[in-house]
Design a protein around this ligand. Structure first.
Ligand SMILES: Cc1cc2nc3c(=O)[nH]c(=O)nc-3n(C[C@H](O)[C@H](O)[C@H](O)COP(=O)(O)OP(=O)(O)OC[C@H]3O[C@@H](n4cnc5c(N)ncnc54)[C@H](O)[C@@H]3O)c2cc1C
Length: 325
């Protein structure tokens, strides 16, 4: 990845602590001299909101936090309980990976609602069947109130023993835009228009999880790699259009597939409409696992492809904008 980036940009490794949009400067947490910009792309992504993670639970944020979880799991005795909180796609993938890698541990997936509720009926059934076959206990319609290093307490007052609790519920966006006085929504996402430019500061563009695009073109998009890639590519097109003194186009991005890995050797793929509604076509098992792995690898090759030929990355178009439907 670094070799790809270094071929196309000067890379500054630091944390941006403030954007001064009036004077077009970015300040850094390390205290290094601020840098000026003519065009700024805001794409700080999302992370697990620290204030929502109970003390005693492990966060799953990045490679370093994954290593801490791995270290804890490998210390546990046979039969120790591992609780994964959050029955969405992250919790499902994590449960399957832990159950497969550490078959001697008791893995429990706890969800506030129904596990895999964003999938079709048959999709939900297939995922649950696979988790069950891997020995994952599924606890649904259960809110976790608090946890410590030995247990999880539900809002119903039940205490479940837990030797390792991993939080996979609730993502938030960094506060950088809000703290810099830029226009944001209630969750702190930078507000941009249909072309991904910030109306108040047209030299600022945004892409990925950290921006709020109008519902007319992005009401169907959720925080995901599958949305962040097209948003990033569209933001680049909009910036190129702006530099050429042309009017940038409105975003059009949609989905085609939802891909879930269920351990290293299995997966589940659900075909979806451009606006992310499940379609009848599903692929299960080994083939789906291989396809998911390939799709993850392809994200890097798409980036490399862009270096060789700008505009080579293509993505599924979105549904018609709401006012045109
Ligand atoms: C465990 C897990 C599994 C996932 N699986 C899938 C999946 O299967 N399919 C899917 O579609 N999506 C998946 N996602 C979601 C996907 O990873 C994100 O939606 C996507 O990465 C968002 O891209 P982004 O560019 O907006 O942000 P990110 O990829 O989060 O990148 C943001 C970058 O900005 C940096 N940054 C943040 N703040 C600052 C700052 N102040 N200064 C400097 N740098 C900063 C961050 O360090 C990071 O490098 C998964 C996410 C997780 C956590």
């Amino acid at each position: 990845m670094w070799s790809v980036l270094n071929q196309c940009a000067d890379v500054v490794e630091d944390e941006a602590s403030r954007i001064d949009a009036e004077n077009r400067k970015v300040y850094f947490a390390s205290g290094r001299a601020p840098i000026d910009y003519d065009i700024l792309l805001y794409s700080v992504g999302s992370t697990q909101a620290s204030d929502r993670i109970p003390v005693g639970a492990f966060a799953l944020r990045d490679a370093a936090s994954a290593s801490r979880i791995q270290a804890r799991l490998s210390q546990l005795d046979k039969g120790a309980a591992v609780s994964i909180i959050g029955g969405g796609l992250t919790g499902i993938e994590l449960s399957a990976e832990v159950a497969e890698r550490y078959p001697q541990l008791q893995v429990r997936l706890v969800s506030r609602g129904v596990i895999a509720d964003s999938l079709s009926g048959s999709g939900r059934h297939a995922v649950r069947k696979r988790l069950s076959a891997m020995g994952v206990e599924m606890v649904e319609n259960t809110d976790v109130q608090r946890c410590d290093i030995w247990s999880v307490t539900t809002s119903g007052g039940d205490t479940l023993p837990s030797d390792c609790t991993i939080w996979a519920a609730g993502f938030g966006t960094p506060a950088l835009a809000r703290e810099s006085g830029l226009p944001t929504d209630a969750e702190g996402r930078l507000m941009v228009d249909e072309s991904l430019s910030c109306s108040q500061y047209p030299e600022i563009f945004g892409a990925g999880d950290a921006v709020r695009v109008p519902d007319s073109v992005a009401g169907h998009l959720r925080m995901s790699c599958a949305a962040a890639l097209p948003l990033g590519a569209h933001a680049a097109d909009s910036i190129i259009a702006r530099l050429a003194k042309q009017t940038p186009d409105a975003l059009s991005a949609g989905y085609a597939l939802r891909c879930i890995s269920l351990g290293r050797r299995s997966g589940f793929i659900q075909a979806v409409t451009a606006d992310d509604r499940p379609r009848p076509l599903v692929v299960r098992g080994r083939l789906a696992g291989l396809a998911k792995e390939q799709i993850c690898r392809m994200t890097l090759s798409w980036l490399k492809g862009e270096l060789r030929r700008s505009g080579s990355y293509k993505w599924p178009k979105g549904p018609l904008p709401t006012e045109a439907r």
